[in-house]
Design a protein around this ligand. Structure first.
Ligand SMILES: [Zn+2]
Length: 382
């Protein structure tokens, strides 16, 4: 199949889309490559300026590349819509040269091709293809962040502040391999638990010791019971552990990392409170436990406003000749960081992708045009 025929016409939009996508994919954009990510922001700034939009780079600190903010209504105080995709990838420097953007039949490959550079380019092309009347009517903000893959630590507050001025949001992570979009996402709390015991010789003087490892093992077992896979959906996972100083020493220290996930912030808060309570009551006298909550990703729950947006997207899909499904996802995205501003947000608006964060990452080319058409129709319904 010749994919260039799909957008056959005077503008040959798919061909141009893939060219623009290739330019971004062939640029190393691991989150820590601030130069590469900023270059990607510059490229997108150029594209939005060519559309006649106000586009500016946003300084989010020296640890990360620049973000991009673009709007068709620079004077607007409130936005009808916020569109988001992230500029960074998970891949190390050199990946772009080692396996550059490539097309094989219906499949495109290359680092970040679907996560999330196809989403970045889709926003641009949806706006290029939009009815000028819709663009005239709607105040649209586009924000592209440089650090999603490391948890958006530098950009979350920025995105939330724009979201708080917007009525609704669309996040252009890739659609699921089966084409589904995402209507809700679990939030995540990440904590480090430090257990402090008392060292002693395990042969000569074991009773004098207080084992931090033993206490940690008991606590890990107990907090695992907080998981409720089939009920509330709360999960508590201890994903990392280290401790002890030598095999013949009663362990004076143990540290483990815990990931709490839930559909609502309230459920996460409750699980965290129980873990804190357990920490305040060690099972071994003389052991102390402290907790360092270092990562907070709010939940993106289902809501009434969200359901209205989902219904509009379903209608837009229908108008674009697509039938789509929705999923509730356990993984987080930038949509989570926008959700607390109380507006409706939907995710997975990008073309269909698969195998993100791996060498097998790919993009389904024949999903590009229909998904963009869907977004164009959606703009007419907002
Ligand atoms: Zn990713």
């Amino acid at each position: 199949m010749n994919f260039f025929n799909l957008f056959a016409g005077p503008h040959n939009m798919l061909e141009q889309f893939l060219k623009d996508l290739a330019e971004l994919v062939n640029l190393d954009c691991g989150t820590h490559n601030t130069e590469g990510v900023t270059k990607a922001a510059h490229i997108m700034q150029r594209h939005f300026e060519a559309l006649g939009w106000r586009a500016e780079l946003v300084d989010l600190g020296p640890e990360v590349g620049k973000g991009l903010f673009a709007t068709n209504k620079p004077e607007a105080e409130k936005f009808d819509l916020l569109m988001n995709a992230h500029l960074d990838t998970v891949f190390a420097d050199g990946t772009a040269a080692a396996r550059p953007f490539a097309v094989n039949g219906n499949i495109a490959t290359g680092p970040g091709c679907s996560d999330c550079k196809a989403g970045v380019v889709s926003i641009l092309y949806a706006l290029k293809a939009a009815d000028p009347k819709d663009l005239d009517r709607l105040a649209i903000a586009v924000c592209m962040d440089p650090d999603e893959e490391t948890g958006s630590k530098n950009s979350a507050a920025w995105m939330r502040s724009i979201a708080s001025r917007a009525k609704q949001g669309l996040v252009f992570e890739a659609a699921r391999p089966n084409g589904a979009l995402v209507r809700s996402r679990k939030g995540a709390y990440q904590l480090r638990v430090h257990v402090k015991g008392i060292a002693a010789h395990s042969g000569n003087n074991p009773k004098a010791g207080r084992s931090a490892i033993l206490e940690a093992a008991r606590m890990i077992n107990e907090i695992a019971e907080l998981s409720d896979f089939d009920g509330t959906g709360v999960t508590v996972n201890t994903g990392m552990i280290s401790g002890g100083s030598a095999i013949n020493v009663i362990a004076p220290e143990c540290t483990f990392g815990v990931d709490i996930r839930a559909w609502t912030d309230k459920d996460m808060d409750e699980a965290l409170a129980k873990i804190r309570d357990r920490a305040a009551h060690p099972s071994i006298d003389g052991v102390t436990i402290s907790i360092d909550l270092f990562g907070i990703t709010p939940a993106m729950p289902r809501s009434e406003a969200g359901s209205e947006l989902v219904a509009k997207i379903n209608k837009a899909a229908q108008l674009a000749g697509l039938s789509i499904d929705w999923v509730d996802a356990g993984g987080a995205s930038d949509a989570n960081h926008m959700a607390p501003s109380g507006f409706a947000v939907a995710d997975g608006l990008g073309p269909i992708g698969n195998h993100a964060h791996s060498e097998k990452e790919c993009l389904c080319i024949d999903s590009i045009e229909p998904r963009i058409n869907m977004v164009v129709k959606l703009l007419s319904l907002l």
